[in-house]
Design a protein around this ligand. Structure first.
Ligand code: ADP
Length: 459
């Protein structure tokens, strides 16, 4: 038999037995009195149980299920079991929700949850940074009241969310944002915002670079094809022909230098080509750089080389020679005839320092911050006329980045320039006069006292 019935019928059966006994002993009146009193007691007792259940059901959810008696104990037991199951489920759901919310908060993208009427329901911190939304104040507000950019308003109204829309945020830092709507649930939407400022900048640099390279190649190619036409169509004597060919060679050489510099730069920028490290003596490298400078100058400048400390360098000899060579070549090309160019190498407390100082045309201060940009030139025609590609200082910058070094430029228009390469201490090893290698000396004072006589060469 069902236990509820079993327990529930126990009291009426006992009352019936009691009433029967009273009838036998005292008669009908006593039996009826027993039935009436017992029935009243049973009703009161059941009402009390019902009252306890009602009070529990309308109280706070955490209050445990009250204990019942008799048949009620079974009902309460079943209820208790169900409540526990629901609490466990709720706890699991709450944990899952917490995990989802903390994941959404940590997302690098901004997330805004919109209801069916495009009103804000929830915002993660990144969306606050991107779009200036604040959950406390903006919950329930229509998104178009707060993100009023016309492109976004149109995007939302059009309802085609297959592609994102790009907007310029007017907030601090002037971000470029990519906004995409992702529909979910019943007419609800997620608005995702992504900061693409850096990507846009890279794309712009790439576009400018391609335009620059095309422009740099177009001029000599136009000149070359002009000469080819002239040579084909026009009758000329041998002297004129040779002049034509010399000019063509000059243009071809310019293109070749440009392509070589481009290849060098792309190898330096490539993360796949690590620095080809070796330890090499600086003195032969400096002597080679100085002798190249003299050859380029052809005796038009006074060029000196001062080596204050012999040392070995740890790095790519080829790359550092190219960086030093570019600085020296610039000094020759931007210093008028009769000017002075001084090359100097020393070890300081911070590492190694190579300086190229010239008495040339100098650079106005407004150009200095952009000088190492690819194709940035102060005087385009002078750069071209002297065989410049506009990539020399960009190459120097990248070589130094790869060697954890830095380039310091001091210059004044009309007064000359001073380019200093600084290499870090751990790439420089001082070589004493007795040819024993030591670590670079730790401070300038001791460097000065121990300095060997500077070696100078002049032409
Ligand atoms: P370029 O091939 O044009 O010389 P670089 O990248 O080597 O390209 O230099 C960029 C620009 O910096 C040059 O066009 C020139 O205007 C300026 N510059 C570089 N070195 C010097 C210098 N020693 N004196 C004056 N201007 C210089």
């Amino acid at each position: 038999m069902n236990p509820i019935w079993l327990r529930g019928l126990m009291a009426p059966v006992m009352v019936a037995a009691l009433a029967l006994a009273a009838y036998w002993i005292e008669g009908m009146t006593a039996a009826l009195t027993v039935v009436a009193v017992s029935a009243l007691a049973i009703i009161v007792w059941n009402l009390l149980q019902l009252d306890a259940l009602t009070r529990w059901a309308s109280g706070p959810i955490e209050v445990p299920v009250p204990e019942g008696r008799g048949a009620w104990a079974l009902a309460y037991g079943a209820l208790y079991h169900r409540v526990r199951l629901r609490s466990a489920r709720q706890r699991d759901l709450r944990l899952a929700l917490d995990r989802f919310v903390s994941g959404a908060k940590a997302l690098p993208e901004g997330v805004v949850v919109l209801d069916a009427n495009d009103r804000i329901e929830w915002v993660n911190p990144r969306a606050k940074a991107h779009l200036g939304l604040d959950l406390k104040h903006d919950r329930g507000a229509p998104i178009v009241n707060l993100v009023r950019h016309p492109a976004f308003v149109h995007y939302l109204a059009a309802g085609d969310f297959s592609e994102p829309v790009v907007i310029q945020s007017t907030r601090e830092g002037a971000l470029t944002l990519s906004l995409q709507i992702v529909p979910f649930g019943v007419e609800e939407k997620l608005l995702m915002s992504r900061d693409i400022t850096r990507l846009e900048a890279v794309a712009r640099v790439r576009r400018d670079f391609i335009a620059n390279v095309s422009h740099e190649l177009k001029t000599p190619l136009t000149v070359l094809s002009g000469f080819i036409e002239t040579l084909t169509d026009v009758e000329m004597d041998e002297r004129q022909r040779q002049r034509c060919l010399a000019l063509m060679r000059e243009q071809a050489n310019g293109m070749q230098r440009l392509v070589e510099d481009l290849l060098t730069l792309s190898a330096l920028e490539s993360e796949q080509s690590p620095v080809n490290e070796s330890e090499f003596a600086i003195v032969p490298l400096l002597l080679a750089v100085s002798s190249d400078a003299k050859a380029l100058s052809g005796g038009r400048h006074e060029i000196t080389l001062t080596i204050r400390d012999a040392a070995t360098l740890l790095g790519s000899r080829e790359e550092l020679a190219s960086a030093f060579g570019n600085l020296v070549s610039n000094a020759v090309r931007y210093t008028p005839e009769g000017g002075r160019i001084a090359l100097e190498w020393r070890i300081t407390g911070d590492g190694g320092e190579f300086t190229v100082a010239d008495s040339g045309i100098g650079i106005a201060s407004e150009h200095l911050p952009r000088l190492t940009e690819r194709f940035y030139r102060v005087d385009r025609s002078r750069s071209r006329a002297t065989g410049g590609t506009g990539l020399g200082l960009a190459i120097v910058k990248h070589v130094l980045i790869r060697h954890q070094g830095e380039l310091i430029i001091d210059s004044e228009a009309g007064k000359g320039s001073r380019f200093t390469v600084r290499l870090p201490l751990d790439r420089v090893r001082f070589v004493a006069d007795d040819a024993t290698a030591h670590s670079a000396r730790p401070d300038r004072a001791s460097a000065d006292t121990n300095a060997s006589e500077p070696r100078s060469t002049t032409s």
